[in-house]
Write a protein that binds this ligand. Structure first.
Ligand SMILES: [Zn+2]
Length: 148
């Protein structure tokens, strides 16, 4: 697959070389103008507003967490379910029978069950242990990522 990212050198020889200084000096001019127009209190207002937006984003994210997208890519129904309840891989549409064995069903599992059991079972499978042995064999530092 060809790299479709534009090279920096291409951008610099193109339009970017003259618009970057314009953006930088424009931002400096806008900041000086805002300080002149807004007075001494304006930086505090901007700081408080920025902090409010950041904490507001955290609060909204905590109170309204992401939900799994169960829309089937084939038929468009809200009917995707996990292919295998023992893992977090693979989805199946209960409406049209669409199956994708490679797609992550992590978010679906997160809504439906306790992820810790799946993660421990998967780690045990990778390490060749039974799950109860793995919880006793404390931290052999083989951090295997089973997400997805
Ligand atoms: Zn479907």
């Amino acid at each position: 697959m060809a790299n479709t990212q534009p090279k920096l050198l291409t951008l610099l020889t193109g339009w970017l070389w003259w618009i970057l200084p314009l953006i930088v000096f424009g931002a400096i001019a806008a900041a000086l103008w805002l300080l002149k127009v807004g007075g001494v209190g304006l930086p505090a207002v901007i700081l408080v507003t920025t902090l409010f937006i950041g904490f507001g984003w955290i609060i909204v994210s905590a109170l309204h967490p992401a939900q799994a997208d169960r829309t089937c890519p084939e038929c468009g129904e809200e009917a995707l379910e996990r292919l295998d309840p023992e893992t977090t891989r693979g989805v199946r549409c209960s409406s049209c029978g669409y199956i994708d064995r490679d797609e992550s069903s992590w978010f679906l599992a997160e809504e439906e069950t306790v992820l810790e059991e799946i993660v421990l079972r998967e780690r045990a499978r990778v390490a060749g242990l039974r799950p109860e042995e793995l919880s006793n064999a404390e931290s052999d530092s083989s951090e295997t990522d089973v997400k997805g």
